[in-house]
Design a protein around this ligand. Sequence first.
Ligand code: PLP
Length: 392
Amino acid sequence: MTQWNVDAVMNIAERPDIVMVAGEGSWLTDNQGKRYLDFLQGWAVNCLGHSHPAIVEAISEQAGKLINPSPAFYNEPMIALSQLLVKHSGFDQVFFANSGAEANEGAIKLARKWGSKYKNGAYEIICFERAFHGRTLATMSASGKPEWAELFTPKLAGFKHVPLNDINAVLAAINKNTVAVMLEPVQGEAGVIAADPLFLRQLREVTKKQDLLLIVDEVQTGMGRTGQLFAHQHADIQPDMMTLGKGLGGGFPLSALLVTDQVACFDFGDQGGTFNGNPLATAAGLAVLTELIRPGFMDAVNEKSQQLSRSLKTLQQHDRYGLIKSVRGQGLLQAICFHRPVAKELMKRAFQAGLLINATQADVIRFMPSLLISEDEIGLMEDIMLQQVLNR
Ligand SMILES: Cc1ncc(COP(=O)(O)O)c(C=O)c1O
C-alpha cells in the first residue's frame, strides 16, 4: 500500500493491497489505474452496474433538495417507491430499512408480533440448513451456516433448521409454537442452491393450511437477479412477507420488508430506525425500480442469463484439468461447482487477471454481474477464465 495507511480501518475481511477509486458499468478501477471486469458487483448490489446515470442523477438531485427529514415524516421518494413496489409485488405495505439483515430482523419481529396477537404466542420460525439471512444476532440465529454454529453464543432461541427442498422435514418440524417458515428462493451464500418451485408451492400450501406465515428472503434474489422481478414469482406463489436489499438501492444502502395487510400488525414504536426510508436512499431505489420495470428490461436479463449459462458450460467443456463438477443457478446468479476446494485459489488468479468473481464456498465460485452486462463482457469473462484462471 504505497499511498494509504489503512491501520485505522478495522480488519474484518481479507482485502487485497489496493484501493478501489472508480467504477463504471461492469468495470472497477483501482488506485494504480488497473481495471477489473466486475462479476461481483458489490455482492449482487449494483444491479445496474457501477454508477448508473439514472442512480447518480436521482441521488444528486435529491441530495440538493432534502437528505433526511427523519423517519417521523413522510417524504416524496419514500411514498413513490413504496407505491411502485406494492404495484409490482402483490404485497400491500412496505417498511424501509438500510441492510438486508435489518429487513430480516423486521420480518422476524413482525412474525413474532403476529404470533403473539393471533396465534397464542407462537414464535418459532422454521428455517433451512445452510441458509444465510444476515449478521445481526437474530439473523445469524436464523441462518443455517455450519461455521456459525458456535459463534456468538448463546444464539437467539426460536429457530429450527431443516433440509431445503424436504417438505416432510418441514411438516415434522411444525408444532404449536411455530409461527412462520422463512427461506431464500435461491440460497446464495450456500453456493447458489435453488429451492424447487414445487417445494415453494408445497410450502405455500402447508403454511396456508396450518395458518403459518411464509417469509421469503429476497435480499439477494430480488430486483431482477433471477430473471423475474422477484424469484418466488418463478413458482407463482404469493408469500406473506418478502425482504429486499442489495439490488434495491443499486449500490446505495436500502432494504425493505414488504407485507400483506393481514400481517402488518406493528404498533407504534415496535419497529423503526433513524435512517429508515430516508429520501436519498429511496430516491436511489425509485431510480432502480423505474429502470427494471421498463418494457423489455427483464427479457434482456433473461437473454444475458442464457449467454452466461452457455459460457459457464463452455468453461466446463474446455476445463483441461477436469476441475469443474457442475454449473448451476438462475438468471444472473450462477455458479460453478468444483470437485475440489479450489475456489479461493481460482478467485485469486482471476483477480490478478483483472476479473472479479466470488468464492462463496471452498468448492463454489459465484457469478453475479450487473443486470446490464454486455455480450462482449460475458465473452471476455469466458476468455479470462479459460486462459488465465482454469487452464493456466
Ligand atoms: C439472502 C440474504 N439475506 C440477507 C443478507 C444480509 O444482507 P446485508 O449484508 O445487507 O445485511 C444477505 C447478504 O448477503 C443475503 O444474501
